[in-house]
Design a protein around this ligand. Structure first.
Ligand code: F0G
Length: 352
């Protein structure tokens, strides 16, 4: 067992880097692809979870950020800027401080999950709240970086982000020995579905995989522009990570869906939370609410018959559940205190 070198070293020959690239890494990538026995049982499929919460800052954003920040410092940028519903800012902040450059993050007013904010604070990012939603933040970030060339935009409209994130598809094929039949993932700004499709397509073109999966892109019902075909002015969902009304990579996401024979689906907050509890409660994988969209989408698509029994399905769970303790603890039953007494413990466990 050799040590995992980080995704740039692991896939150097498939990434736009060379000997002069200053690699900024926290050894991201190489995340677990684990079997999901309960989901497999209830769907009749062979279901795997790609656990992206195992990345250094707890989300898939680290895959893109190692590339984007490496490019930024190699090109002499002084600062990085992003709009974020939370995870991008946590990741950008960590990689920027590692690189020794400034990071500023534009976050929408209203809810961003507590853990994500804590991460950006601890990494020393300049946190700027904008009177608007994520889409307003991204527009502002684009304008600021277009005007001031010392600042690098590190949202997924930066092509380096997509390059880094495509490696998740490589890892899946490397582990399974082939592409899955279906790949389900949450979709917000639509960078990640673009990246996965690029990764699967490159492996397919080079003959590493003989097929590509059907992409199942899952949005929250209150923020489902790709499902309705119309931008959403005031997106709303408990899954704050994907509370996005106007995805930047709209065209690429539609191409991924069409070329793969895939679909976009919406899941209500109720279904998202159900899947959120199921993944933690039955599979032992604590993810954040937005991440459970992939699982909610699979369950609905299986019920519809769009996914068949016997198919191999990978669900990307994009972020760690620790990022959003408030949603996890909402409605938690009261914790009982007992005396310092082994019999009291036994009574609680209903044994003895
Ligand atoms: N899941 C999580 C946990 C996310 O944080 C995001 C996006 C997505 C899914 C959707 O990915 O945007 O590539 O379609 N979070 C961004 C952020 C918007 O600012 O952290 P996408």
């Amino acid at each position: 067992h050799t040590r995992w070198p980080g995704l740039i070293e692991a896939y150097r020959d498939r990434l736009p880097v060379d000997a002069d690239t200053r690699v900024v890494t926290l050894l991201e990538g190489g995340t677990p692809l684990i079997t999901a026995p309960h989901l497999s049982e209830i769907t009749g499929c062979e279901v795997y979870l790609k656990v992206e919460g195992a990345n250094p800052t707890g989300s898939f954003k680290d895959r893109g950020m190692t590339m984007a920040v490496s490019m930024a410092v190699t090109n002499g940028k002084k600062a990085v800027l992003c709009a974020s519903t939370g995870n991008t800012s946590a990741s950008a902040a960590a990689y920027a401080t590692r690189a020794g450059i400034t990071c500023a993050v534009l976050i929408p007013t209203g809810k961003i999950a507590m853990g994500k904010l804590a991460q950006a604070v601890m990494s020393g990012a300049k946190i700027i709240q904008v009177k608007g939603n994520f889409d307003d933040c991204l527009e502002l970030a684009r304008k600021a970086t277009a005007e001031f060339s010392e600042i690098e935009l590190v949202n997924s409209v930066n092509p380096a982000r997509i390059e880094g994130q495509k490696t998740a598809a490589f890892e899946i094929v490397d582990v399974l020995g082939r592409a899955p039949d279906v790949h389900a993932l949450p979709v917000g700004n639509a960078g990640n579905i673009t990246a996965y499709w690029k990764g699967y397509s490159e492996y397919h073109a080079d003959g590493v995989a003989s097929s590509r999966p059907r992409m199942l892109g899952v949005q929250a019902a209150g923020a489902a522009p790709l499902v309705t075909g119309q931008p959403v002015k005031n997106p709303e969902t408990v899954a704050t990570a994907i509370r996005i009304g106007s995805p930047a990579s709209w065209t690429q996401a539609v191409a991924a869906k069409d070329e793969s024979g895939g679909v976009f689906r919406a899941a209500t907050d109720e279904k998202l939370l159900e899947a959120y509890r199921l993944v933690a409660g039955r599979e032992g994988v604590f993810v954040e609410p937005a991440s459970a969209a992939s699982v909610a989408g699979l369950l609905a698509a299986r019920e519809e018959g769009w996914v068949s029994a016997g198919e191999t399905v990978v669900c990307t769970v994009t972020g760690n559940g620790l990022k959003d303790p408030d949603t996890a603890l909402a409605g938690m039953p009261e914790v009982q205190a007992i005396d310092v007494d082994p019999h009291a413990v036994a009574r609680m466990l209903e044994v003895g």
